[in-house]
Design a binder for this molecule. Structure first.
Ligand code: NAD
Ligand code: DAU
Length: 351
């Protein structure tokens, strides 16, 4: 079949990527979605089992750091667009091992830019859309919001690698005329998030009655966004956003880590029929993350005014849906934590 677009989604087997791929495959039968993913520790094809038989979906195992993998996917498919999510995404891992972040997030992104520039030379209606993070803007005090004009001030190896990749994307736009868009998003939550991240880690540990490690005093603030609202925003920006522009995506939903963990304890205890708040005893304040950014909060008014996007659900509702998903899909987490992840977790918190 001749598809209207052949969209290469990198990192489609990860958390956000799998939600985006599902949305594009189901909502756009006229598009062919090619999920290009190296299946690192964070990639998981179980996330997309429901799409295995979809006609307009193809999975390709490939690494953005390997030029031959990129050459192959471009010669096998007539790629018209790229939505680039593949990355090393966990801040703590970037502190203990920054080079993997330089390789995938910086070198891998530049590899992808180079092949797009080469293969799309002279072509019309192409798009390289880079998915980035609010962490490139650094850390806020008690007041203020990150807007698209906030100066970049990354503090962790992860955010520095994402900032660098953002700069390369814009450099390819200004220098070579590559048609690009970037969006910078706040913390996502929802189903299929790898259980090293705060929300799934806490849900799993509450269920297993393990310690709940809170970095520092638990007063750092994150702006939480429902992952399906992020996928909806990417869809809008992909179709309607202006070329060469950056869009911030956020939930207007700031929570301190400790308040969030209390909310999770209350939901999980209730659902498991435990006495209300009984898991509070599991909270353990541990050494703070090095260079821990204090507060993130996004001004998403550009996206709202230009493209009419707003978050669709309240945090309490999304959190409950998230807990339900993890409680109803225990084997998903268990498959992960019974593998290499167990060793990483043990080194991280229990030495
Ligand atoms: P994730 O860690 O869950 O998934 C990353 C995916 O990329 C995995 O499937 C992995 O196998 C794949 N990948 C890693 N290295 C690769 C390589 N060299 N070649 C091909 N594939 C590779 O990440 P996520 O949380 O879904 O984040 C996706 C993107 O969104 C990242 O670029 C991240 O920086 C950005 N982002 C995430 C959040 C968040 O809250 N999770 C917020 C803002 C932006
Ligand atoms: O802001 C967007 C970013 O959000 C994305 O770019 C990253 O890919 C994503 O991982 C996320 O980064 P954070 O560092 O904010 O997320 P994380 O879930 O690791 O931590 C959230 C907060 O919880 C942070 O303040 C650190 C704290 N924390 C985290 C863990 C894993 C704890 O207190 N204890 C923990 O065990």
């Amino acid at each position: 079949m001749d598809y209207k677009k052949n969209i290469l989604v990198t990192g489609g087997a990860g958390f956000i990527g799998s939600h985006l791929v599902r949305r594009l495959v189901n909502n756009y039968p006229e598009y062919h979605i090619i999920n290009f993913d190296a299946l690192t520790y964070a990639g998981n094809l179980n996330n997309l089992k429901d799409l295995e038989n979809a006609d307009n979906y193809t999975f390709v195992k490939g690494d953005i750091c390997e030029l031959s993998d990129l050459e192959k996917v471009f010669s096998n498919f007539y790629i018209t667009d790229i939505i680039h999510l593949a990355a090393e995404s966990h801040v703590d891992r970037s502190i203990s091992g920054p080079m993997a972040f330089v390789m995938t997030n910086v070198v891998g992104t530049v590899n992808l830019l180079n092949i797009a520039k080469e293969k799309w030379a002279g072509a019309k209606d192409r798009l390289f859309y880079h998915i980035s993070t609010d962490e490139v803007y650094g850390s806020l005090g008690a007041e203020g919001l990150f807007s698209e004009t906030t100066a970049y001030d990354p503090r962790s190896p992860y955010s520095s690698s994402k900032a660098s990749s953002d700069h390369f994307v814009m450099a390819y736009h200004h220098t070579y005329g590559l048609p690009v868009k970037i969006s910078n998003c706040s913390n996502n939550y929802g189903s299929h998030q790898f259980p090293e991240k705060l929300i799934p880690l806490m849900i799993n540990n509450i269920v297993q009655e393990k310690d709940l490690p809170i970095y520092g005093k638990g007063d750092n603030i994150r702006d939480w966004l429902w992952v399906e609202d992020h996928a909806a925003a990417i869809d809008k920006i992909f179709h309607e956003g202006r070329l060469g522009e950056t869009y911030n995506i956020g939930g207007l939903n700031e929570w301190t880590n400790i308040d969030l963990v209390h909310a999770l304890i209350s939901i999980v205890d209730h659902k498991l029929g435990r006495p209300e708040g009984s898991s509070k005893k599991l909270i353990k304040f541990v050494t703070d993350r090095a260079g821990h950014d204090k507060r993130y909060a996004i001004d998403a008014s550009k996206l709202e005014k230009e493209l009419g996007w707003t978050p669709s659900i309240q945090f309490e509702e999304g959190l409950e849906k998230t807990v339900d998903w993890y409680l109803n899909n225990r084997e998903w987490t268990e498959n992960i934590i019974s593998g290499d992840y167990q060793e990483y977790y043990t080194n991280q918190y229990e030495s």
